[in-house]
Design a protein around this ligand. Sequence first.
Ligand SMILES: NC(=O)c1ccc[n+]([C@@H]2O[C@H](COP(=O)([O-])OP(=O)(O)OC[C@H]3O[C@@H](n4cnc5c(N)ncnc54)[C@H](OP(=O)(O)O)[C@@H]3O)[C@@H](O)[C@H]2O)c1
Length: 390
Amino acid sequence: MKRLAILGSTGSIGQSTLSIVESYPDRFSVATLAAGRNIDSAFEQTLRWHPRLVSLATEELASELASRLRAAGITDTEVLWGSGGSVACATHPDVNFVVSAIVGVAGLEATHAAILAGKPIGLANKECMVAAGEILTRTARAGNVPLLPIDSEHNAIHQCMRVGVAAEVKQIWLTASGGPFRRLPLADFDCITPEQALKHPTWVMGRRITIDSATMLNKGLEVIEACRLFDLPPSQVRVTVHPQSTVHSLVEYVDGSILAQISVTDMRLPILYALAYPERPASNLTFNLAALSQLDFEQPDFARFPCLRLAYEAAQKGGEHPIALNAADEVAVEAFLDRRIPFNGIPRTIEEVLERTPTSHPETIAGVLAADSQARERAREAVQQAATRV
Ligand SMILES: NC(=O)c1ccc[n+]([C@@H]2O[C@H](COP(=O)([O-])OP(=O)(O)OC[C@H]3O[C@@H](n4cnc5c(N)ncnc54)[C@H](OP(=O)(O)O)[C@@H]3O)[C@@H](O)[C@H]2O)c1
């Protein structure tokens, strides 16, 4: 029985994870839940799953949840808050598998603490891999802690790599849907609204990752995540635009063979794979091969999607650059969703922040978080200046 800590339980990945637990009660159970601000959903989840611990983002929310649970007769779930609460959920002695699905670097301390505590990780939170991947993978290797990717592309690569050895890999190909603006004339990019950008053609996901898919920064973060997870240089991690989102990624071996993973566009499948690894339980997530009429693959357009270029440059430089890339993007996406900057303001903000980023290499989680805050501050300044110009 895998007893799970679900970090980010109220989010899109968190809810899909709970639906897998629901479908496989003999394999998985819920030990702890960590969420942010969605108190209603955290309350419902606690009533349903009776975790040992539940954590919310702030003390105020936690105390409101505790009184609601008391009123509902639930007295055996401890309610915590903040990053300390997420860390406690991730490292609780009853937990023997952690799903890391908090969005952004808010999930970093808990993911790191879980690895230090020797808990196998199902990793959805790509931002923590981008910001601190070198530290996380080093710690995981030292403690022999499995890091199982949930991100569908990395999950596909993990599956395709099971048939070969690392030295036989020539390069890997991450597929990208290309987002909703793959064919939009470049002149119209400044008029893109948050509503248009939030309509992803193939996946239903959280708000930040959906906007990141529209700018293709998401693919850039995935390139960096792949470098760290599979120990490859950026030159061996390629991107191909595949609008059908049917092939989730590919591994090209030195003999010329290319292996691809194909499945339904449903995150429950990579989640199930990570939770059950190395087994493959039967599921009803079947793919209808007969309905497959076409598979297209195109070169990504770096002029249309400057975020992808910026991500490759940051991957090449390493150190503080990937940290700043992620932090600046988070600030810029929020500003775009609040209509303070246009769509093209997202790459402009990131580029300005990267130009002002020092070439240091933080060696600790505290150092990463300090670099992250500095980059956020620079991004807020850049957003402020851009808003004044508008
Ligand atoms: N969705 C996908 O299909 C998908 C695919 C691949 C990778 N990912 C990655 O998985 C991660 C989660 O994505 P998502 O789409 O599930 O995002 P989401 O729907 O926005 O959910 C984010 C989760 O993080 C929680 N959270 C936010 N701030 C927090 C804090 N300070 N402390 C504790 N919890 C906090 C949220 O809680 P509240 O809602 O309670 O505020 C929510 O549970 C991201 O890193 C994303 O890149 C997602």
